[in-house]
Each structure stands twice: as structure tokens, then as C-alpha cells.
Ligand binder design. Structure first.
Ligand SMILES: Cc1ncc(COP(=O)(O)O)c(C=O)c1O
Length: 414
């Protein structure tokens, strides 16, 4: 029994009335099946997935090679004893280090983006013996207490204060502010290569390279949070590759599990690992982190990215999407900007409080999108990297129609 009303009632009674109201308002039904770039609800209606699970479904839904790898691992040994050598984790670590920016040789596996950030923050403090973390306003790094202390939005922080001490925030993209904030007490500067939840903000040219320099000058570490930007999303393997910047620590999650398994990873240099784990390999651990099913999915994901040329595809299709949006949506009154990198694209609206309405209008036209968490004025488009040109065209046309109808609705209200 999957009827929308009964699931909505279960949500209202046991998940949360607020979430039940929000999903109902936007017109979301009950998800039951997915394949490639498509998702179907319990009524049999198909949707084009242009949200891609906030960056999770880079290979599309249910990629056969990932499913196959996970099924095989399920039959052999789904979880690790944690006492033997775990060969699947070792393989995933080697493969991930093999595609990482130079110098990132070691990998700690966890289960989510926030966990990968927690590990990064802890490693930075342990490696430097310093307390300070500098992060960016509007940045998003997750909602566990440490990650939340780095996440730069008061709305998500205020109910949980006091947060972890030692965190400071500077405006994203402002190199002078970053230089002034990084000092002898700074363990690390943590930053996204493109701010995702902050509203798909691409930093000015040279920003990441400037941060690298500022950290080097102060003896601090640079942490690149590539949970959303990593693995081809921005048209390069890593967002920091656009500037050839090598961080000391890099986080990955979301797409790493191929849209099939949850997994997080924190990569670091030999110098970082030596100082963190040199004396005690148990200094930071996770029961389920590095489990064989998730690692089998990660190995298959990295193979698919390479074999299907998805990083290059992201750059090509991203350009098609951006061109389409600039010519079809940007001229409309309600749209104030179209920006992004690769297949990480944001459409900024000229008014507050209409994002949800536009999301609902797009859903009515069979396209799934969402607004960015720290900036509800921005509708984000993060389709699977396997999206076709035809599907991009359909989404752009639907967005244009949805904006036009939203404008009409607003004109009726005002
Ligand atoms: C850049 C970045 N870091 C960390 C996270 C947190 O990941 P998770 O929701 O898996 O904890 C996110 C999630 O959107 C993210 O975009």
C-alpha cells in the first residue's frame, strides 16, 4: 500500500508534520522506481530527475555496473569484521587516491558528507596542533555539530548553540578577508570549490589558488569540501582542478556511492596522516565506514566515470544546459541570473519566496528540481552526468513554461 494519502499520513504522524506539509505543497507523490535520469511515482507518472539527489545520482539511478558490483559483494561479504584486512576498502582507497589531486595519498572512509567533514576538521586540528577553523559565509558542510560549526548559515546553527569553539566565517570569494582571518592559530581553511547550498556560487578566478597561498604563509591546512562538486560534477574530476590547486585534505561523498550506496571519504597527504594516525591508528574510526558494499560501489563508480567519459560529458552538457537557460529563461522577468560550472547550475530568481512555487510548477511539467538550502532564491539543476541533450532541451523548455506560469500567478496575486 503506497497510496500518497497513506504515506503522507505516516509522515505527518511519525516523520514530521512540517515535512509532510512541504512535500504535499510542492505536489510530490510517492517515489517507487528509478532508472537512469527518470523517477516514477506510485501513480505511474514519470519525472525527469534534474536534481539528481543533490549530486548523488551522477551516474543516473541504478547504474547496472554499480548494481552488479554491489550485488556480488552482498553475496560474498556485505559488512567487514573490522579485524582482517578489508580488500575492497583497500582497492577503493587506491582507486580514489589514483584520481585525487596530487599528494592526497590516504583515504579514511565514512558514511556521509557530514562525517567526511567531521574527519577533515579533526585531522586538521590533530595535524597542526591548532584550534582555529576558518570557513565561508553561506558555505554548507553538513549538520553534525562540527560540520554545522563550519556551515555558514545562522538559521541552521542558532538552535544548537553553543557550537564547537574556534570557528570563524568570512565572505566567500573574498581573498583579502581570507588572508586577514588565517593566522598562527588557524588549523585550516575549509571551502567548497563552488558553493552549492549557498546558491551555486562560482568563486572569482584565482580564489582557490589565493587560499592555498594564504594557508601556506600561515602554516595552516587547506580543506576542499568536494562532497557536492567532486567526481565530475563541475566538468573536472574535482572542483579544485579548475585552478590546479592541491589541498591538504579533501572530502568526498554523495556521488561516490554511484547512487546506490551511502559512502563518505576524507583524503589527506602523507604529512597529515603521519601526524594524525602515526601513533594511534584508532584515533578516528567508524564502524560502518569502509564497508565492503559501499566500497564496491565506489570502485565501480570510478570505473564508470572513466569508461563513460562522464567528466568530459559534464563539461559538454553543462555548456548546453547553460546556453539553453541563458537564451530561454534569463530574458524572463522572474529570472535574474543563470550561473554554474559543468552540470552544477543555478537559476537565481528576482524575488524571495517564489522558489517553492517554481519547484511545484516544474514538477507539474515532469521535472524534479529544488532550491539551494542556504539560498532559497536559487533553483539548482544537477542532473545525472549521463543526461542526454534531448533531456536537457526538455528541462529547459519546462523551466521556461514554469517561470512564465509562475509570473502569471504572481501577477494575479499582486
Ligand atoms: C559541500 C557539502 N558538504 C557536506 C555536505 C553534507 O553531506 P551529508 O548530507 O551527506 O551529510 C553537503 C550536503 O549537501 C555538501 O553539499
Amino acid at each position: 500500500m503506497n497510496s500518497r494519502d497513506s504515506v503522507a499520513a505516516q509522515y505527518a504522524a511519525h516523520v514530521g508534520p512540517g515535512m509532510a506539509r512541504l512535500l504535499s505543497f510542492a505536489g510530490f507523490g510517492v517515489e517507487v522506481r528509478a532508472e537512469g535520469c527518470s523517477v516514477w511515482d506510485s501513480e505511474g507518472t514519470g519525472y525527469l530527475d534534474f536534481l539528481g539527489g543533490f549530486g548523488v545520482f551522477s551516474l543516473g539511478h541504478r547504474h547496472p555496473r554499480v548494481l552488479d558490483a554491489v550485488r556480488r559483494q552482498l553475496e560474498a561479504m556485505p559488512l567487514s569484521c573490522k579485524t582482517f584486512f578489508n580488500p575492497v576498502m583497500a582497492e577503493a582507497a587506491e582507486r580514489l587516491a589514483g584520481v585525487a589531486p596530487e599528494g592526497l595519498e590516504y583515504v579514511f572512509f565514512s558514511n556521509s558528507g557530514a562525517e567526511s567533514v567531521e574527519a577533515a576538521l579533526k585531522f586538521a586540528r590533530a595535524a597542526t596542533g591548532r584550534p582555529g577553523i576558518v570557513a565561508t559565509e553561506g558555505g554548507y558542510h553538513g549538520k553534525t555539530l562540527g560540520a554545522l560549526s563550519a556551515t555558514g548559515r545562522e538559521k541552521y546553527q542558532s538552535a544548537f548553540r553553543p557550537l564547537v569553539p574556534g570557528f570563524a566565517h568570512v565572505p566567500y570569494g573574498d581573498l583579502a578577508a581570507a588572508r586577514a582571518a588565517v593566522g598562527p592559530e588557524t588549523a585550516a581553511f575549509i571551502v567548497e570549490a563552488v558553493q552549492g547550498e549557498g546558491g551555486i556560487i562560482v568563486p572569482p578566478e584565482g580564489y582557490l589558488a589565493g587560499l592555498r597561498e594564504a594557508c601556506d604563509t600561515a602554516g595552516a591546512l587547506l580543506i576542499l569540501d568536494e562532497v557536492q562538486t567532486g567526481l565530475g560534477r563541475t566538468g573536472a574530476m574535482w572542483g579544485c582542478d579548475h585552478e590546479g590547486v592541491r589541498p591538504d585534505i579533501l572530502t568526498s561523498a554523495k556521488a561516490l556511492g554511484g547512487g546506490v550506496m551511502p559512502i563518505g571519504a576524507t583524503l589527506g597527504t602523507h604529512a597529515v596522516w603521519d601526524r594524525v594516525f602515526g601513533e594511534n591508528p584508532f584515533l578516528h574510526t567508524s564502524t560502518f565506514g569502509g564497508n565492503p558494499m559501499a566500497c564496491a560501489a565506489a570502485v565501480a563508480t570510478l570505473e564508470v566515470l572513466r569508461d563513460e567519459g562522464l567528466v568530459e560529458r559534464s563539461a559538454q552538457l553543462g555548456a548546453v544546459l547553460m546556453d539553453g537557460l541563458r537564451s530561454e529563461a534569463l530574458p524572463l522577468d522572474l529570472v535574474s541570473d543563470v550561473r554554474g560550472r559543468g552540470l552544477m547550475v543555478g537559476v537565481e530568481l528576482a524575488m524571495d519566496e517564489v522558489g517553492e512555487l517554481l519547484v511545484a510548477q516544474l514538477l507539474k511539467r515532469g521535472v524534479i528540481v529544488a532550491y539551494t538550502l542556504n539560498n532559497p532564491r536559487v533553483i539548482r539543476l544537477e542532473p545525472p552526468l549521463v543526461v542526454s541533450e534531448d533531456q536537457v532541451g526538455r528541462a529547459v523548455a519546462a523551466l521556461r513554461e514554469a517561470v512564465l506560469e509562475t509570473q502569471e500567478l504572481l501577477a494575479g496575486v499582486v
